[in-house]
Design a protein around this ligand. Structure first.
Ligand SMILES: Cc1cc2nc3c(=O)[nH]c(=O)nc-3n(C[C@H](O)[C@H](O)[C@H](O)COP(=O)(O)OP(=O)(O)OC[C@H]3O[C@@H](n4cnc5c(N)ncnc54)[C@H](O)[C@@H]3O)c2cc1C
Length: 598
């Protein structure tokens, strides 16, 4: 017992030790080189900042602040159109929140985002990511596994809807019959009414173009065509997820598993109005041509970012890491963006600046210097609207290296043979009441993380053998609700909470805690510090109805332009918002190219 406590105490130091060890031993670089031999984890060679700033003949058509996946997508499209973009990333690794890192030596993690589905297939094709730059996907089947706490059963979602129905029927025959109806309803609303909005840059309400007007007319026709679905679509937009779901289903494990789709990354509860439309997440993406399917990327999410980076580089983009931008500079008279000043004091002039950083970071930090105030490009009303944006985050992400794969009590006597581990594993959500309670605990004034949180566990090493040594595993625990204002930085607070989470997982999969070799836990504050995500918000601002489409991030900065000429936004603060979709990057590049032609 004593040695167990000692081990737990020591584990507190493991992440730091591990990271240093990984750096000191060149662990990260080594793993990428190893990955290169099988075409997965190759890392593009980035330039050093001095190489770029000291070469007087360098000229860049665009400087992109941030090498998140959207910044890289924007760079790739601009480079393919013949422009010379420069990407400046503050970290020493590209990808932003779509990144793979060897946090514990020998174990590679999708350190922040971990599932691929929203990324648009057109971008994969245009940038030749699968055919030329090594992107490899592992579609998951089953996709979702919710074990019961007492080990007496489980709910499993498989690609074959009849298998899913059989699993649902073990809780409710009626729900099993309703499930395909629910899926088809969401699919019809998604395809007919929502996707057309997502697949185009938003209508600029303040200055509608002919193309915008034609699109509005098309949407009016679409509404007419899908008029029988309109009442349900409106209800999805406005109602609490709980209300929407209860119209279809009665069994709590199913209700709560589906409700997690509406809560991921968002400070909301199933009982909150407006949570309903995020249920569309369930059918939003696609992977390998399968609608609604979520995949793992071989080598972790960083392999996707690296594939985009290779594609951008091959067409002439320059990528620099370790280059933190301090300030975006403007012309005093015209108010146009002129370039950037870096933290080391160097300056880079360019034709246009494109920010991949979130809206609060861009306008309240990078545009808060003397240059922007001299140029007077941002009104105080505009800045107040940016300040008022909801960037609350409920997310704690734990990345754990394991010396054994978790065995779930609920499947001990099943014939699944561990295939449930490929799925997203839902823990701590056996009823809607539990989810509502978890939210309410964390949203009170004293901001404590939920005592019985919603946990989404993934074990990508079950399908991807490049992540962990044989017989070992990497697991991600995406934990909600963990508010930004909790005491994360007080000594021992985060570790104690992580141990609490591990003890919850132990109740579903005995021995989980004992199998942990090392881990890191990223609170909302850590997400902010590590990835530059303001408030730790994983989507660059909440995806609430008042912050989507033409209102994303705010009306005056929607459609990738900003109040400052030649300053653009290409990150997830822009439509269609958060998630690894690449769409803000693509749409922004299209906007830049269109304005360049004018
Ligand atoms: C824990 C977590 C889990 C998630 N899970 C998923 C998932 O499974 N699937 C999914 O689709 N989405 C997921 N998401 C959301 C998704 O990862 C993000 O919405 C998306 O990656 C954001 O991409 P981006 O390129 O817009 O911005 P970012 O990835 O945030 O990139 C912005 C980049 O700008 C850089 N930067 C900022 N300021 C400066 C500066 N001053 N100078 C230089 N560089 C700067 C940052 O370092 C960063 O690299 C998750 C996010 C998190 C945090």
């Amino acid at each position: 017992m004593a040695s167990w406590s000692l081990l737990r105490a020591l584990r507190r130091f493991i992440p730091q030790v591990s990271r240093e060890a990984a750096r000191g031993a060149g662990g990260i670089g080594r793993s990428y080189r190893r990955g290169c031999s099988n075409g997965t984890g190759c890392k593009p060679r980035t330039s050093r900042l001095e190489e770029v700033t000291q070469c007087k003949t360098n000229h860049f058509d665009a400087v992109i602040v941030g090498g998140g996946h959207n910044g890289l997508v924007a760079a790739a499209y601009l480079a393919r159109a013949g422009m010379k973009p420069l990407v400046l990333e503050q970290r020493d690794v590209l990808g932003g929140a779509a990144v793979s890192e060897e946090i514990v030596p020998g174990y590679v993690f999708s350190r922040a985002s971990y599932l691929y589905s929203l990324f648009h297939p057109d971008i994969v094709r245009d940038l030749e990511l699968e055919t030329k730059y090594g992107l490899t996907l592992y579609p998951r089947d089953p996709s979702s596994f919710s074990p019961l706490l007492d080990g007496s059963g489980y709910l499993l979602f498989s690609r074959d809807v009849r298998e899913t129905q059989r699993s649902i029927a073990s809780f409710s025959e009626r729900d099993a019959l309703m499930y395909p109806k629910y899926e088809h309803k969401l699919e019809r609303i998604m395809e007919g009414l929502v996707k057309p909005l997502m697949e185009r840059s938003p209508v600029q309400l303040s200055r509608m173009s002919w193309s915008d007007m034609r699109f509005v007319a098309r949407m009016v026709l679409a509404c007419w065509k899908h008029r029988s679905d309109l009442p349900d679509a409106l209800q999805l937009l406005l109602a609490p997820a709980e209300k929407v779901l209860r119209q279809y289903f009665e069994s709590e494990p199913l209700l709560s598993t589906l409700a997690t789709d509406a809560l991921i990354g968002t400070m909301t509860a199933p009982s909150q109005p407006g949570s309903g439309y995020v249920l569309l997440h369930h059918v939003a993406g696609e992977s390998k041509g399968v609608k609604g399917a979520w995949s793992y990327v071989r080598g972790g999410m960083g392999a996707l970012s690296n594939a985009i980076a290779f594609s951008a580089q091959a067409h002439g983009a320059t990528l620099v890491t370790g280059a933190a931008v301090q300030e975006i500079c403007f012309d005093d008279h015209s108010g146009m963006a002129l370039g950037v000043r870096l933290q080391d004091g160097s300056e880079i002039r360019t034709e246009r600046v494109i920010s991949n950083a979130d809206a609060k970071t861009t306008f309240l930090k990078l545009c808060a210097g003397a240059s922007a105030s001299r140029a007077g490009v941002f009104s105080s009303e505009f800045l107040d609207r940016i300040r008022a944006l909801d960037f609350r985050s409920p997310v704690l992400k734990i990345n754990a290296a394991l010396n054994a794969v978790p065995e779930f009590r609920a499947t001990a006597s099943s014939n699944l043979n561990g295939k449930e581990r490929r799925a997203t594993i839902h823990l701590g959500c056996s009823s809607l009441e539990e989810l509502n309670h978890a939210f309410h605990e964390a949203s009170t004034k004293n901001a404590q993380p939920s005592t019985w949180p919603m946990i989404e566990m993934t074990i990508p090493s079950e399908l991807d053998d490049s992540l962990a040594p044989p017989g070992h595993a990497v697991a991600g625990l995406f934990v909600q609700f963990a508010p930004y204002d909790a005491d994360w930085d007080s000594p021992g607070f985060k570790e104690a909470y992580c141990n609490h989470i591990f003890s919850i997982v132990d109740q579903y999969a005995p021995g989980f805690s004992d199998s942990i070799v090392g881990y890191e836990a990223l609170s909302p504050r850590d997400l902010e510090r590590t990835f530059g995500l303001h408030g730790g918000n994983i989507f660059h601002g909440s995806m609430s109805l008042d912050q989507v489409y033409s209102f994303r991030p705010v009306l005056e900065a929607s459609a990738y332009t900003t109040p400052a000429k030649r300053l653009y936004l290409c990150g997830s603060s822009s439509h269609p918002g958060g998630g690894v979709s690449g769409m803000p990057g693509k749409f922004c590049a299209e906007r830049v190219l269109a304005e360049r032609r004018m």
